[in-house]
Design a protein around this ligand. Sequence first.
Ligand code: SF4
Length: 461
Amino acid sequence: MNQTHLRFQSDSAAKAFDLHHREMMVQNISRYEEDVATGKQQFANLELARRRAGVLKHSVIEHLEDHLKTFEQNFSNNGGHVIWSETAADARKSIIEILERHQAKTVVKSKSMISEEIGLYTALEKNGIECVETGMGEFIARLTNDEPYHMVHPLLHRSAKEVANTFHEKFGLSEKASPADMTVFIRNTIRKHLTQADAGITGANFLIADTGSVAISENEGNGILCMSMPRVHIVVTGIEQIIASVFDLELFWPLLATFGTGQTSSAYNSLVNGPRKENERDGPDHMYVVLIDNGRTRLLQAVPQRRTLACIQCGACQSACPVYRNIGGHAYGTTYTGPIGAVITPFLSGRFEEYKHLSFASTLCGKCTEVCPVGIDLHHQLIMNRRLSVKSGYTERAERWAMWAYKVAMKKRSRLDRLSPKRKNYLFKRFLAKGWGDRRDQPMVVKSFARQYVRSGSFKG
Ligand code: SF4
């Protein structure tokens, strides 16, 4: 068992038995589920909408290169610059170079999972560039040096009271501050940064090939300020965020809002086409889109796992997953967590063996597949990863031995009965107890029905 796997086991065991954590997750996810049930009512035919979205997104992934080239052409025609980055290090280097070229010393940033993936915040700090998170969740997470807990709800594991305590410690706000008080405080704090920053960095929910636009959805409105107030706007995004046409947004925007937060629509949906033109009042002087691969083409080569590139990052599969609900986001030790993270991380990281255990940490209940708005068959993908792991010889020796013994025994009744229940239980304890974990009762082998039946003289076979 490698170190990553061992850490996952101990961290997840600790969280699963943390009652406060469980209470927070149940409370926050229950609220989310109620909202989603309401949000879904906006669709006259939800299943049709999901099927259409799935077909559109999957077909884009099948022709990814063409759509990306079309996007680059159209975005460049609008005056923007596209930068292709193969790795996280390339992306960080390109972003630092852009900022240095424009002598940008202060940056405002809005929520983006991929900036977590490439370690952008730390890279900016190391290069002496001040970076202020403008998303409420991320702003608070930075105060406690937390990684986001969930794709859409970075503070899913925290209560309002805990956050108020943090604000009390860091800024002297009342311990009884309400979420509204804290929101006002954050707004006032980041406003001056928004008006003075040299550059703004945002993610992208969708890149639109046929118009060369970037679509960004948010609920706080700070993203709009990040992209319109500073003189430089940098969009950091994965290559899989592309969609073919601006008309597809009528489907993707409501699906993302409903499955992400239960809203019918996000509060602010923006479409940005490039830097400010001569006759325009708002917008940056320079705009860049940093297109990041970082293992996505590796995933594209893997059939059928490439279907996961259709993900629109709504986080619904995380909220639905019984494993995620118990162990939370940090135990995974990865940027992308829950079922989608378990499937894609071994490919994105290029270290399949190190992260293969995530695909085994699943009940295979299929709830993730059931809730995915773009029809990704996540629980099948987990099985495919398991199969690949076994085929590649990444399983433990004890497990390989056990499977071999099981196969041999199951082929013949007499072999199955050769060992007494006592010996079988001994072997189980001796070789499989470690993997079974010390929190679960070990299953006890008892005398088989067939043996008892033969003894009773009712069966002669
Ligand atoms: S895999 Fe599906 S449910 Fe999970 S985050 Fe992506 S789009 Fe949402």
